[in-house]
Write a protein that binds this ligand. Structure first.
Ligand code: TYD
Ligand code: MG
Length: 456
């Protein structure tokens, strides 16, 4: 008998190695290498069971490809629709990752139930039909042509798929799937990879949209970072604090739309509801003004948001001052603290600094820099900033205000929410010369200029 070919895979990051090693050289984890079979026995029938001869691809001139083949299926869920780039693309392969209990199964079941005149197959390897039915009753959408299948073996799944030929297939979750062609255990890196590859071929060859739910490991990667993310067309991440009602669906990669789109949902007793006016929840409603808070106008994907930034600066009791952030990169905070020390002259070396972005959002947009600096300075000076003022500018190392993208959108959102004034970079102001807004715009060159205006 031929020798079975095996290799060792890091179960944390998916790195392959010819021999066993104790510490993964890529992710640094210990004892994560497991031997898995990599060569499968190939049978013609298994390989090609879903291909109808007519759909097998041949070379074709790009000019002869008809664009009308690419008709998206619109979703009822406005947030998901936007994140996917305007509906579900037939033949696309979408991966949704998130921590356990965040609401991935709820989101996709809700999506499956909301489809009308579209045949959807919801496959679960985690829950029984009764459990799914109970969840569906809770969501309260009238049942339609959504099929359920509780099965984890991909060969059996494909034979059922052949019988009902669905247009959308949802798999909950990739870690429960297994294929007969591999010996390794369910959930192992090679199983996950092989099952995903089988479904990818299936999606492309039958033009069926496939949605995969994937659990994430403790570093936030879906079944190992390099394993699935390059196979699929779209990667969405479902995040949020489990204790809070708000959830954020974020697109990390999208071959058919923008890759930095977000959708905000509220989890209530009847499933997930899209939040249509997110700025309302990201700004604390309060009837007094306290020091250390400021409002930033930011853009995520195609959507503008206003959010509240809270800072607390207090003298450090111990030698080592603490710097702590929620929602902002700690390195960015250190840089902004250095700018405040050097360019504004406020000494923060003996102060603890805590920074929080309200609502549990993680923001990478550099346009919140100015609001972060102002919140810190406001807390240090114990002088509140009016809640009718907002900020939108990046701060450079020289303390200068730098231009931001899509300024008009940011100003319009601030105006819509009734803010009276917005501070922006004066280098951005040229773009606004011929525009009229009902909000007072303060173009400034650097952070000291902003402070002079604010605390005059
Ligand atoms: P679930 O979709 O099972 O999470 P995941 O598939 O990501 O593990 O949902 C988990 C939580 O959502 C669970 O704690 C119960 C809660 N939930 C609601 O609050 N309202 C609802 O209508 C539903 C269906 C679930
Ligand atoms: Mg689930």
């Amino acid at each position: 008998m031929a020798k079975i070919k095996t290799a060792f895979f890091c179960q944390n990051c998916g790195t392959q190695s010819a021999k066993w090693i104790g510490k993964c050289s890529i992710c640094g984890e210990w004892n994560t290498y497991v031997e898995e079979q990599i060569e499968k026995e190939k049978t013609e029938e298994k390989e090609k069971m879903w291909i109808k001869a007519s759909t097998a691809h041949k070379p074709i001139l790009i000019s002869q490809v008809s664009a009308s083949d690419f008709v998206r299926i619109p979703c009822k869920d406005s947030e998901l629709n936007r994140i996917l780039g305007g509906g579900v693309v037939p033949g696309s392969f979408v991966l949704i990752g998130g921590e356990p209990g965040i609401g991935k199964s709820t989101l996709l079941l809700q999506f499956a139930l909301s489809m009308h005149n579209i045949r959807v197959l919801y496959i679960s390897g985690e829950e029984s039909e009764q459990q799914i039915k109970m969840r569906a009753e809770r969501i309260g959408v009238p049942f339609n042509e959504c099929f359920l299948l509780c099965e984890a073996n991909t060969q059996k799944i494909f034979s059922h798929i052949k019988d009902i030929s669905p247009q959308i297939v949802i798999v909950d979750s990739v870690q429960t799937l297994y294929t007969d062609s591999l010996e390794s255990s369910t959930g192992s890196i090679s199983q996950v990879k092989e099952c995903a590859t089988e479904f990818m071929k299936f999606a492309k060859e039958t033009n069926t949209a496939v949605f995969f739910i994937g659990h994430i490991n403790k570093d936030g990667a879906i079944a190992g970072p390099k394993v699935l993310e390059h196979i699929v067309d779209t990667v969405l991440q479902f995040e949020g604090e489990r204790q809070m009602v708000y959830r954020i669906l974020r697109s990390l990669k999208n071959r058919f739309g923008s890759a930095s789109e977000i959708g905000i949902y509220e989890m209530n007793s009847q499933g997930l509801k899209p939040v249509l006016n997110p700025s309302d929840i990201l700004i604390n409603q309060k009837d007094y003004e306290s020091s250390g808070t400021s409002i930033a106008s930011t853009v995520e994907g195609n959507r503008s948001l206003l959010l509240e930034i809270q800072a607390l600066v207090s003298s450090s009791a111990y030698g080592n001052p603490q710097r702590n952030t929620t929602g902002l990169d700690i390195k960015r905070l250190s840089m902004l603290l250095a700018v405040i020390e050097k360019r504004v002259g406020i000494k923060l070396g003996h102060q603890d600094v805590f920074l929080n972005i309200v609502g549990g959002l993680k923001i990478d947009d550099p346009a919140i820099d100015l609001a972060v600096c102002i919140a810190i300075i406001s807390s240090f000076k114990e002088k509140p900033i009016s809640s009718k003022i907002c900020f939108s500018s990046e701060v450079g190392l020289g303390g200068e205000l730098r231009t931001v993208t899509r300024l008009e959108l940011r100003i319009q959102e601030a105006q819509k929410l009734g803010f009276q004034s917005i501070y922006i970079s004066k280098y951005n102001a040229k773009a606004l010369l011929d525009k009229k807004f009902n909000i007072k715009i303060f173009p400034c060159g650097n952070i000291t200029e902003v402070l002079k205006n604010l605390f005059a």
